[in-house]
Design a protein around this ligand. Structure first.
Ligand SMILES: *Cc1c(COP(=O)(O)O)cnc(C)c1O
Length: 391
């Protein structure tokens, strides 16, 4: 192996992908793969979607960067679009999921401390959650592995048990500013929140004056078969964070909030040099337009139902599969043993998937995936499992 000049933060698959189109990726030897990981729920429209590409190319010819000290019509346009398709009223743009969550944490604390003039600062998050890798968001994350070696951590984060309303109640104090959660815990293995729990949590937050932050970095932008996962639960969060799928692969993040939060983020209270840059804004706008125009989200919902049923049905003979679960095209296949060796075999057989925790394979194709591609992917999975069991 050639010497690398990169910090060794990633355990890389032995593959170099050089080209992508829709659901197909090609490596540097010309071998084709079915992409059922979409980056990491990033390329929700498939690879190099034509209309997004055209929009980026158009912007590429005009202007690459403009400071946030000037007006930026594309930013206004994408913000308006996001407000139209969500329950939020205001948007702050940044460059990643962690930054969007960082903005949410800052906005929540400042709302209490500067608008309501109380001294609340504590954020309740959940065990097994994932919110990012900055100091605040790794502290918010409910998994020890992301904190190892980074102490001391910022103050004011505690972790309740997921899907356990009593656990949340027992942690609420005069200091509680917000509750932050993923409606489907993605990184830790595709665990959807229970409907009753989410409704009780939303009500609890409302009565106690606590902000409800929903981290839709992975679940947003059509991934779960609705534009945002919160729609499945019939709630209206105070803050929603987005990133992964929002610009079809260009770096972007967004923190969206209710009107009452406007003065929490008053002039000078938060900023980002690259946040809202013309290229990701162009990509974001074209992405949302494609989602709306083609009824893409509804298609994804139906494809998700089809895939979930077929996975359950075709793989039911394998006792090493413990459960298949998910919403829309965010599906998890839980095994009774670690999935890393299975994933390696799937890659060799031309199906790119990703783990979620140690025991779960995440099945996350793009939202335009065809039933034929779903059949092919499940066929490869079936074949690999059959081979593994014979040995
Ligand atoms: C990926 C992810 C993040 C972090 O996003 P980055 O862009 O890697 O900073 C935060 N929250 C959730 C739910 C995620 O899936």
């Amino acid at each position: 192996m050639k010497k690398s000049y990169l910090f060794p933060t990633y355990n890389k698959f032995p593959l170099t992908l050089v080209r992508g189109h829709q659901t197909t990726l090609w490596d540097d030897e010309g071998k084709a793969y079915l992409d059922f990981m979409t980056g990491l729920a990033v390329c929700n429209l498939g690879h190099t979607p034509e209309r997004v590409k055209e929009r980026i190319q158009e912007q590429l010819d005009r202007l690459w960067h403009v400071s946030n000290l000037f007006h930026n019509p594309a930013q206004e346009e994408l913000a308006e679009k996001l407000v139209t398709v969500s329950c939020a009223d205001l948007v702050f743009f940044c460059n990643s999921g962690a930054e969007a969550n960082e903005a949410a944490i800052k906005c929540a604390r400042r709302y209490h401390q500067r608008v309501l003039k109380n001294d609340r600062y504590e954020i309740i998050t959940f065990e097994q959650s994932f919110h990012g890798r900055t100091m605040a968001t790794l502290t918010a994350t409910g998994q020890e592995k992301v904190k190892d070696g980074y102490y001391p951590l910022p103050e004011g984060f505690i972790h309740a048990r997921f899907n356990d309303i009593e656990s949340v109640k027992s942690m609420i104090t005069q200091k509680t500013a917000a509750v932050m959660l993923e409606l489907v815990q993605g990184e830790s293995g595709v665990h959807p929140a229970e409907s009753k729990f989410v409704l009780e949590l939303a009500e609890l937050c409302k009565t106690k004056g606590i902000l409800l932050i929903v981290d839709e970095v992975q679940t947003g932008i059509g991934r779960t078969g609705s534009m945002f996962a919160y729609e499945h639960y019939g709630i209206e969060p105070d803050i929603i964070t987005l990133a992964k799928g929002l610009a079809s692969g260009l770096p972007i993040g967004a923190m969206m909030g209710k009107e009452k939060l406007r003065e929490a983020f008053s002039v000078g209270s938060h900023a980002s040099t690259f946040g809202g840059s013309p290229l990701p804004m162009a990509a974001g706008l074209a992405t949302i337009q494609m989602l709306l125009e083609d009824d893409t989200v509804k298609r994804a919902k139906n494809a998700g139902i089809y895939a979930l049923d077929k996975l359950k049905n075709d793989l039911k003979a394998y006792s090493i599969i413990r459960e298949v679960r998910g919403i829309g095209l965010l599906i998890g296949i839980e095994f009774t043993e670690p999935v890393a060796p299975i994933i390696q075999r799937l890659h060799q057989n031309g199906l790119l998937v990703l783990s979620g925790g140690t025991y779960v394979i995440r099945f996350m194709p793009n939202l335009y995936v065809t039933y034929n591609e779903i059949n092919q992917a499940i066929g490869i999975l079936d074949q690999v499992l059959a081979e593994l069991l014979v040995r």
